[in-house]
Design a protein around this ligand. Structure first.
Ligand code: AHG
Ligand code: MN
Ligand code: MN
Length: 363
């Protein structure tokens, strides 16, 4: 495909920077390094069982990460790629990743910079074995002023900033095509990797999430652990045209949040991984700092909404690097409805127990 008439990611970033005459270009350079990491990961993912990261025919085992989850070789390799592509540049004061217990310090032989990078190097990695789309999620924050001034080591507290403080965020989706979807705080742009040029090319300028939808995404195997507002919402969707919503809903569950977020950005929908009662030690499944906050920034910039179920995600200040949180995002009207249900008093008779007359599992 000829490039004529299309913008590359580099051009998009330069055009965006013109809005800030004093900008140094460091943010752009950082985003380009991240995009290079994503291209490298895309190549490894695309090689599948032919590559080194996945044994032919077999399921991949691995060590246990800080989350108590099995680390696949590709999780570790992707984490390494993010680090190697970004540690040397002088733009970062430190990094935090799903795969690392503590913040990563920029090695002493490199300069330290004014930004912090947080990332989920491979999201949906349980889907790798079955050749279903996975992705990477990233978020850029400003390092606190004293970190920049002193060049000291970063601490956990330096990263505990609400999503509203993000400078840029986005994800790469390793699907039938590799895409990079990005916000630098001025709407959302989608780029498709042209594999022959090795360039991300702007194919989806100004992505907007449709305000209304008839499609929801939730892992219904957790239904018995849901809180009443979530049960109510899903029951009403399932009741379809003859229920209180007066329309039929469709459902999807990919188990790769990046892929679900992308579907919702393209055609609308709502995604829920709500707080539930499954494990009192885990208030939700997804992580605030490097999953919920960046996806929240992208959604809000695309005219969608992102919530804990009770309040906007972007307003939540993390209390720990790997803190989990309930997450609801997508078409604005649905997310607002779900928040409203969380604030309304629960009508016990109508929505609980789950197997009552109006329940999801009524035969
Ligand atoms: P990760 O692979 O980074 O640990 O994240 C997987 C997440 C997310 O992508 C997905 O929506 C969710 O886990 C799926 O959870 P279930 O297996 O409970 O459906
Ligand atoms: Mn993830
Ligand atoms: Mn991951």
């Amino acid at each position: 495909m000829p490039l004529t008439g299309r913008w590359t990611l580099t051009r998009y970033l330069i055009e965006e920077r013109r809005r800030y005459p004093d900008a140094s270009g460091e943010l752009n350079a950082l985003i380009l390094d991240i995009s290079l990491a994503c291209k490298a990961i895309a190549r490894i993912v695309a090689m599948g069982a032919l590559g080194e990261a996945m044994p032919a025919g077999g399921q991949m085992g691995g060590a246990i990460n800080v989350q108590g989850e099995v680390q696949k070789p590709l999780d570790v390799m992707s984490n390494d790629i993010f680090i190697r592509m970004n540690e040397w540049s002088g733009h970062l004061a430190g990094m935090v990743s799903e795969e690392m217990d503590e913040p990563l310090q920029i090695p002493a032989n490199y300069q330290r910079g004014k930004y912090l990078l947080v990332f989920d190097p491979l999201d949906g990695s349980s889907n790798i074995d079955v050749n279903v789309s996975v992705g990477s999620i990233f978020s850029i924050l400003r390092a606190p002023a004293d970190v920049v001034a002193s060049g000291r080591d970063v601490t956990e507290a330096d990263f505990l900033q609400p999503g509203a403080a993000q400078v840029a965020a986005g994800y790469a989706l390793y699907g039938p095509t590799t895409m990079l979807v990005l916000t630098v705080g001025n709407g959302v742009a989608g780029f498709t990797l042209n594999p022959t040029l090795g360039e991300f090319v702007l194919t989806h300028p100004n992505i907007r999430v449709p305000v209304q939808t008839q499609e929801f995404a939730i892992n219904t195997s957790n239904a018995r652990f849901w809180e009443p507002p979530v049960k109510r919402y899903v029951d009403e969707c399932m009741a379809g045209r003859i229920g209180p919503r007066g329309k039929d809903f469709n459902m999807r569950w990919i188990a790769s949040m990046v892929a679900e977020a992308h579907r919702i950005l393209m055609r609308g929908g709502v995604f829920l991984y709500p707080r539930d009662t499954k494990d009192p030690a885990k208030p939700g499944r997804l992580r605030l700092l490097y999953e919920a906050s960046p996806i929240g920034f992208v959604m809000e910039q695309a005219g969608g909404r992102c919530s804990t179920g009770r309040q906007p995600i972007l307003g939540v200040k993390p209390t720990a690097l790997h803190q989990r949180i309930g997450l609801v995002f997508g078409s604005a009207e649905e997310v607002e409805r779900i928040e409203r249900y969380h604030h309304e008093p629960v009508e016990e008779s109508a929505h609980a127990p789950l197997f009552a007359a109006r329940s999801l599992f009524r035969d």
